[in-house]
Design a protein around this ligand. Sequence first.
Ligand code: IMP
Length: 191
Amino acid sequence: MRTLVFATNNKHKLEEVQALIGNKFQLKTLEEIGCTDDIPETGDTFQDNASQKSRYIWDRFQIDCFSDDSGLEVKALNGEPGVYSARYSGSRDPEENLQLVMSKMKDVSDRSASFKCVISIVLDGKEHLFEGSVEGEITNTRSGSAGFGYDPIFKPQGYDVSFAEMPAEEKNRISHRARAVEKLVGFLNQQ
Ligand code: IMP
């Protein structure tokens, strides 16, 4: 079985992706390879950030690895919060970030938004990129308590509920991350 590092310390995310990948690759977290570095994430795009993280691991450890970067893009806010999704308000508090989007969207009629996810994988030193996105809109009021981040104010196209009102299995079937991971799994199955 080939070892593949997922540049995350989120065990839950790792187990979810491991189940999709099967037993051809054994996933390891950063902690499991003894990496406690504060990996730089200074790009202007999801792709730059994902690449930065996977290339950093490859350069430092020469181990096959992948990383993801994701966030919310709101059309009327010119794509904000984008790569700044985790710290849009200046704080890492998801509630403050959500409130800022809601206040900027007050009285705005075009409510289109999308979640995007980019995965960068470096195998034998060569990088491959996979993208996933889900279109939807920013709701006027928040609803639901499942999920995380901006889920209570994002309603995916074709649904009457927010991401935070959906059971996890349903969100995980249609989300930006699920779509990017699906492409990654297809690629790994060909290796
Ligand atoms: P990361 O790429 O997992 O670090 O996500 C960056 C930020 O984007 C998170 O802190 C959230 O604010 C936002 N985000 C990414 N994916 C989701 C999602 O599925 N739901 C809600 N917010 C998300």
